[in-house]
Design a protein around this ligand. Structure first.
Ligand code: ZN
Length: 190
């Protein structure tokens, strides 16, 4: 579903590594993914967001909203390419809310944009924020869906990259049993 050239962007920037990894959580995984590593390069950010924008072409979007912090960079670039108002929601006392004078009105047609969808919890809360204000949510766009398409948040949902990430307890890891060398990229100084 993602063009090979785009997959290369994720690999060459070190955002996507495949192998045998020790995550900061202590779990072992077959995939290491750090979205910020690809979004830090403006040419990659532009290209990735161009794909998200084109997935929602023909829709009358007039506002982009993202969950802080991860969604802000990609949301801002998607909003810039669409030429529409772009805001973000953030947590206050554990609850996703609009702050900083941001507001939504019932006449707004909203695209929710996130960097990585894992459980979809933050995006679901942003949809709830929009619904409470009466704004219509037209779709959900993300760079990566780590749920391999199992998390459904909106009728129109697009992820540039769909990953099936497998995590294992260290004492029950098939990659350890294969004696694959263990890497810890999160702590590596590049
Ligand atoms: Zn292992």
């Amino acid at each position: 579903m993602v063009a090979p050239a785009l997959l290369d962007i994720f690999r060459s920037s070190g955002a996507l590594l495949e192998g045998h990894f020790k995550l900061t959580s202590g779990l072992h995984s077959n995939t290491y993914f750090q979205c910020a590593k690809v979004l830090q390069y403006p040419e990659y950010l532009t290209e990735i967001c161009k794909n998200i924008v084109s997935a929602f072409s023909g829709l009358d979007i007039n506002t982009v909203i993202s969950p802080a912090v991860g969604g802000i960079v990609v949301g801002t670039e998607v909003g810039r390419q669409l030429g529409v108002k772009t805001i973000f929601a953030e947590r206050k006392d554990g609850k996703m809310v609009l702050r900083r004078g941001f507001a939504l009105s019932p006449d707004e047609k909203v695209l929710v944009v996130e960097d990585v969808i894992t459980t979809g919890g933050s995006v679901a809360e942003v949809i709830e924020v929009a619904n409470r204000s009466g704004a219509g949510v037209l779709g959900v766009g993300s760079v990566v869906d780590r749920s391999n398409g199992t998390v459904k948040l909106a009728e129109k949902q697009f992820s540039l990259l769909t990953l099936e990430v497998k995590n294992y307890e260290p004492d029950n890891c098939p990659l350890c049993r294969e004696n694959l060398p263990l890497d810890a990229p999160g702590s590596r100084t590049l």
